[in-house]
Design a protein around this ligand. Sequence first.
Ligand SMILES: C[S@@+](CC[C@H](N)C(=O)[O-])C[C@H]1O[C@@H](n2cnc3c(N)ncnc32)[C@H](O)[C@@H]1O
Length: 324
Amino acid sequence: MNTPMDSPAGSVRLWTHELAFPLTPATIFGREAPLGLEIGFGNGAFLVDFARRHPDWNFLGVEIAAASIDRGVRRLRREGISNARLYCGNGRLILWDTLPEESVHRIVVNFPDPWPKEKHEGRRLLQSEFFELATRRLHPSGEIWLTTDHPDYFDFAVSQAEATGLYEIHIEAAPSETLQTKYAEKWQSMDLEIHHAKFIPLEKSPRDFCPRVKEVPVAHARLQGDLSQVGSFQKESHAFEGGHVVLLEASRSLDGDRITFEVIVEEADLRQALLVEARPCQTGIYVGLKHFGAPVQTRGVRLAVVKVADWLESRGMILMERVE
Ligand SMILES: C[S@@+](CC[C@H](N)C(=O)[O-])C[C@H]1O[C@@H](n2cnc3c(N)ncnc32)[C@H](O)[C@@H]1O
């Protein structure tokens, strides 16, 4: 039996800080091979089956539900699958912001959340924009597979793909491997019809879909003043082009000479929770990112440090230096 191949961090699970922007799939799998991407793998039944049947492929599974990731990791280990990796986050982030052009051989979406209410239609994964983006990330021989029990979602996805004018669409019987997932079994036991389509790009979208999340040099600032005199804090939200930064809370250390700020940064489809610290240094008060939780140093993270420095300045401290 194979044992799981280690990713650079020694796990089948990929963490956000292991994602380079852009990502070279060969570095996370340790080899060049066709890449399959499943978005919303649920309990991982399809993923494991696909990875086992195609040992010559690399397979990346993405899930927004942390519990699915835990189950998926256990399943991959139990089954001794060595050619799959799992990432907890938004599948669109992986496709848009990390994977290079023409790097994906198949995108699989099995039983996507249907968002049946009209007002929630915008939350559906398979929108025209997604189909356009996929034309840039799919390999010239690549395709998208959709399987769903939901006729409205199916018609919606087909019409969204058609509206791009970039696809040949094959509506056909679902391949047996897509009918073994938890949801496939559930809907089949209720005798619901299952719909399947293969979307084959005919040409690339003229829009280039440059990655929206970029790694940038880290920011820091130096101020002068007395941190112990800095008073009460209230949550602050700051929008910037492509995202926002929320300074959630500020806490003083027990010895009273440091303040740690809890921050949420959301940009594109990436959400990061991080800590920014203000602490005494030889030349004043240093403000910088705390190395906790290994955030990816993006524009939003850099702005978080700037906003903390601004807040301290607004509380009477004097800004000496700010490196952005
Ligand atoms: C209805 S379930 C289907 C699960 C599995 N494919 C199956 O057939 O059993 C939809 C799954 O997609 C996940 N999901 C929804 N939107 C997602 C996104 N943007 N990126 C990654 N996963 C997503 C949900 O967490 C959920 O597990």
